[in-house]
Design a protein around this ligand. Structure first.
Ligand SMILES: Cc1cc2nc3c(=O)[nH]c(=O)nc-3n(C[C@H](O)[C@H](O)[C@H](O)COP(=O)(O)OP(=O)(O)OC[C@H]3O[C@@H](n4cnc5c(N)ncnc54)[C@H](O)[C@@H]3O)c2cc1C
Length: 120
């Protein structure tokens, strides 16, 4: 496991990064490998759980159980629905990279057409 339990945290860190997705992980890595002297301590806070290799839900019913909600705050998938766009994201160590898979893609002219221009 890469993560540590909450009760194993230190009392103090030089840097605290919130979220372990592409943004948080790279920021933390850059800080940790920068040539600071002394080397800073870095803490990444992640609200989701770690998903060890082989633990992912691999069929529909198991995946459906892993939606994040008030009742399931550690759920892997989070669906945010807004008026114009909905966002599927990942919740866990690794952020949305955890769910960068199994996405059918198709051209939808409505969304790819530049505003005021002609779609291709
Ligand atoms: C289905 C899908 C497929 C994709 N495929 C690709 C691909 O093939 N290649 C590619 O480059 N990109 C892909 N992307 C896009 C890529 O995953 C995102 O751009 C990237 O993950 C965004 O990084 P981020 O750090 O901003 O956010 P995220 O990766 O979403 O990370 C945010 C993290 O912060 C945590 N968090 C949020 N709030 C808190 C809090 N208050 N306290 C603690 N933790 C918190 C979340 O749990 C999450 O782990 C895909 C996205 C999706 C949805």
């Amino acid at each position: 496991m890469l993560s540590r339990n909450w009760d194993q945290r230190k009392a103090k860190y030089d840097f605290v990064v919130v979220g372990s997705g592409y943004g948080g992980a790279i920021a933390a890595a850059r800080i940790a490998t920068a040539s600071f002297n002394p080397k800073p301590s870095v803490c990444i806070l992640e609200r989701g759980r770690e998903w060890p290799v082989g633990s992912f839900p691999d069929e529909a019913v198991a995946a459906a159980r892993e939606f994040r909600s008030g009742l399931n705050p550690l759920g892997l998938y989070e669906l945010l629905v807004y008026q114009d766009v909905s966002v599927m994201k990942g919740n866990g160590l690794g952020g949305t990279s955890l769910v960068n898979a199994n996405v059918p893609s198709g051209r939808t002219g409505r969304y790819l057409r530049p505003s005021g221009g002609r779609g291709r």
